[in-house]
Design a protein around this ligand. Structure first.
Ligand code: FAD
Length: 449
């Protein structure tokens, strides 16, 4: 027997939950959210580690203090979320070489300026090539020395805002706040959920949310959509919203019948996925500097991205004695494939380079595996150097009764929590328009207006 609903939403991350909320608030009450895991939140996930809650996925509310208000910052204020102001820009003045020396401020600042100028001219050259079919001008030589490689890594894998205008910072402001709340970043999703789903003592008890439902097949016909899950359950609806990540869509977890058209699959395959891994290390005591401007520090190594970007958690949780090192892409995939003990050994050797051989050995390590997680296959979509509007429109466009949402479909804010949040709302608004047009649902919507 199958369960029926007006709209099935695949995935209960921030976009799935915001999409469902808009539908319910507009009178489409019989939604069904199918989530593969045993929790809501998706890439917003808290885990206890070394006696404090750490954020395995999104950790910052990016884009605060500008001319417009970031809607996630508003949600955070409504939930009294505890946050700490973060300033990455100091990181460039705390760059250690392999002998534990900090590069003088002047050298670091010059290298940083050179890297920004080089990235800007590379971008301009690419744009000229793209727009006018001109030959690309000669681009500056690639970074070679450890400090150049370290700066290239922080610039491209973290900051980029100094190179091109990023809508998040232009619209919402340049400040970033680290979530440091016992309830985790995910409490924002519970707050939203309790506004339209039945909850009791913080637990969602509404049977419109079904956890542990791994969707494997979406079949559409002229009359509706049938969704099949790994455990053999069958659900029917008039429409489906797919909020699974672009990495999942690129994998073979979900199949569509009839297959998605070529313009759609090509757009999905073309989309870049960033792997971003925060590795947490717990120590018996602090041995790193914790003064003002020292929250972030950099390790310069001849291999780009090798345990480069470090953060201590004393600002968020004083006395926690936790360090976080961020790896990306190839380095993330490499550590995901090895044992945590091997990663710990590597991290300790890097820390001994920076702080000497007498530092204590970490007592615990936590290595999230976003790349190998079959419900994620990566951390977030990567904004392209040159925005490709056609690609974005194709990623986002519905195919018949199947609508697509999630951070990647956000035109201005892809990759971010607020991108997912706004995308979910926007997708549901488009679907409501479509439903209004459809004779089938006319009476229901007329009733709610
Ligand atoms: P998701 O959260 O991925 O939701 C999709 C849901 O679909 C998941 O719950 C998944 O389990 C489910 N699903 C997948 N396949 C199926 C299936 N077949 N059947 C049923 N369910 C399925 N953003 C920021 O703004 N600030 C940050 O500091 C930041 N840092 C980040 C750090 C990391 C390590 C990561 C991973 C992400 C970070 N992000 C950050 C990005 C941010 O977390 C995401 O953009 C946002 O949470 C995406 O929400 P979403 O709803 O689009 O997708």
């Amino acid at each position: 027997m199958s369960t029926t609903a007006s709209v099935i939403i695949i995935g209960a991350g921030i976009s799935g939950i915001s999409a469902a909320k808009v539908l319910v608030e507009n009178g489409v009450e019989d939604v069904l959210i199918l989530e593969a895991t045993d929790r809501i939140g998706g890439r917003i996930q808290k885990q206890n580690f070394g006696d404090v809650p750490v954020e395995l996925g999104a950790g910052w509310i990016a884009g605060v203090g500008g001319k417009e208000s970031n809607p996630v910052w508003e949600l955070a204020s409504r939930s009294n979320l505890r946050t700490c102001f973060s300033d990455y820009t100091n990181a460039r003045f705390n760059i250690y070489d392999r002998s534990g020396e900090i590069f003088p401020t002047g050298i670091a600042a010059d290298s940083y300026k050179k890297a920004v100028d080089s990235a800007i001219s590379k971008l301009k050259s690419l744009e000229a090539h793209e727009c006018a079919g001109q030959l690309a001008e000669e681009v500056p030589s690639p970074p070679k020395t450890p400090i150049e490689l370290a700066i290239d890594f922080i610039l491209h894998d973290f900051e980029m805002a100094e190179v091109e205008p990023i809508s998040t910072y232009v619209d919402f402001g340049e400040r970033e706040f680290l979530v440091a709340d016992e309830r985790g970043y995910e409490c924002l999703l519970y707050k939203m959920a309790e506004e339209f789903l039945f909850t009791s003592h913080g637990n969602i008890l509404d049977n419109r949310l079904k956890l542990n439902q791994v969707v494997r097949e979406v079949q559409q016909s002229r009359n509706g959509v049938v969704v099949k899950t790994e455990d053999g359950s069958v659900y029917e609806a008039n429409y489906v919203i797919v909020s699974a990540s672009i990495g999942v869509l690129q994998s073979n977890l979900l199949s569509f019948q009839p297959p998605l058209p070529r313009w759609k699959t090509e757009a999905i395959q073309k989309c870049d996925v960033m792997v971003y891994t925060k590795i947490f290390l717990k120590f018996p005591h602090c041995f790193w500097p914790c003064g003002p401007g020292q929250e972030f520090f950099i390790y310069a190594h001849e291999l780009r991205g090798y345990f480069t970007f470090w953060q201590h958690m004393e600002n968020a949780y004083p006395g926690s004695n936790i360090l976080v090192v961020t790896l990306t892409n190839e380095q993330s995939k490499r550590v995901e494939a090895q044992s945590d003990q091997e990663t710990l050994k590597e991290a300790m050797s890097v820390l001994r380079d920076m702080f000497g051989s007498t530092i204590p050995y970490a007592t615990d390590i936590l290595v999230p595996r976003w790349w190998n997680n079959r419900f994620q296959r990566g951390s977030y979509s990567n904004y392209p150097m040159i925005s490709d509007n056609k690609l974005l429109q194709n990623i986002k466009a519905p195919v018949g009764r199947i609508f697509f949402t999630g951070e990647r479909t956000s035109e201005k804010f892809s990759g971010y929590v607020h991108g997912g949040y706004l995308a979910g709302m926007e997708t549901s608004k488009s679907l409501l328009e479509e439903m209004k047009q459809s004779l089938l649902l006319q009476p229901l919507l007329a009733f709610t207006e």
